[in-house]
Write a new protein. Sequence first.
Length: 168
Amino acid sequence: MERAPTAATYSRLRTERQGRVRVGRVGRPHGVDGAFVVEEASDDPRRFEIGASLLVNGHPATVVLSRRVGGGRRAIKLDREVDRGAELAIPRRQLPILDADSFYVADLVGLVVEEDGRERGIVRDVLPGAANDNLELDSGLLVPLVEDAIAAIDLERGRIVLNAGFID
């Protein structure tokens, strides 16, 4: 199903095709109580509230302690020991349903970008910008995530079609 974005809004959550959504990573220890700093944390603070359920490298765990630390980051403790660097995730079904013109970043990463039937690159990342977000392509091009640039995003076919003549 092809859709053209009408806005550059989307979630930065990294999604996995296997049904998990990455919400952070186990970082360095914080304090002596078994807590650790959550690195690459989701912007949604509910993910790390006491009692929240997470998947640690695919295995269930529960947040038993949660606090803010320097730089606005979150430190948490889980109900079991975890290794530094482990992925913190939630099941994808727990994500809110997005508007038709919004996408999760990882749903866009890996899509082929085409213009006039010619491949222009593959989406490597989505970079936030002051006025709009930008698709970073493996070819080095940056494409603004706005209607003037994007004709359609087709997740099923794995492609993004640019408006003719946009890059050249």
